[in-house]
Design a protein around this ligand. Structure first.
Ligand code: UDP
Length: 237
């Protein structure tokens, strides 16, 4: 019978923006840098990653331009899988074992999403990368991050951000008096209409008492610090 280890277990959400380095497609240099930060943590922490796909397609945007929403959402989900494969490649180049699990079966490319198997992989120091979102149109990968974190019993959801290093009292790019908040409740985050993650993801975490850590990707070592548990951004709970 598998023995549950008592290491820290996290679920990291990386948006598509991270992979594209601000452009469409995958920037290998950026993905390699992400892999180099994740790699040293896997002996200490059980790491799983939900990958976004906004660097390829966003269903809502395509539907505004005339496409059927659900078909566009499936394109969005397929985009996330390309990011997963890029991350898998660069992680394995650092010597870390990985598995990609997708919510839409594609057996030549990845395993299907099987939560118990995902947990077993993590216990064996493998990084599990979750692709294709929830496999459901009208969902976002933020919500999937919360759901997967709950299902695999992660201790915390880590939300990696670009261009901002946590939650602020106002938009720091607009309001110069905005201050970084070190801790906030889900209730407040929802009341204030904060957009750092979707409301669905916030409420799923709130209802199930799962803490979240929102932090900035920029800066050498930040991603590694967040994974090992340094509170460098904002804790939402
Ligand atoms: N998507 C979906 N269902 C899911 C997850 C994602 O339909 O469970 C689609 C949706 O169209 C979304 C796109 O995939 O716009 C890319 O995901 P997301 O926008 O969450 O990526 P991110 O903003 O994190 O890069």
């Amino acid at each position: 019978r598998p023995v549950r280890t008592h290491r820290r277990r996290v679920l990291l959400k990386l948006s598509g923006e991270v992979f594209g380095g601000g452009k469409i497609g995958v920037d290998p240099d950026v993905v390699a840098a992400v892999a180099r930060e994740v790699a040293p943590t896997v002996d200490e922490v059980e790491v799983s990653i939900v990958v976004g796909g906004g660097n390829f397609f966003r269903g809502a945007e395509l539907s505004q331009r005339g496409m059927d929403r659900t078909r566009a959402d499936y394109m969005g989900m397929l985009g996330t899988v390309m990011n997963c494969l890029a991350l898998q490649d660069f992680l394995e180049q650092t010597g870390v074992d990985t598995r990609v699990q997708t919510a839409i079966p594609m057996s030549q490319v990845a395993e299907s999403y099987i939560p118990r198997r995902a947990m077993r992989h993590m216990e064996k120091n493998r990084v599990v990368i979750f692709g294709a979102g929830a496999g459901l149109p009208y969902f976002s990968t933020d919500t999937v991050a919360a759901q997967r974190a709950l299902e695999i019993h992660a201790d915390e959801v880590l939300i990696a951000k670009n261009g901002v290093d946590g939650v602020y009292t106002a938009d720091p790019n607009i309001d110069p008096t905005a201050e970084k908040i070190s801790e906030i409740t889900y209730q407040e985050a929802l009341q204030k209409g904060l957009k750092v993650v979707d409301a669905t993801a916030f409420s799923l975490c709130m209802d199930n008492k799962l803490p979240m850590h929102v932090f900035g990707m920029e800066g050498e070592g930040n991603l590694r610090k967040a994974i090992v548990g340094d509170k460098i951004g904002t804790v939402v709970k």
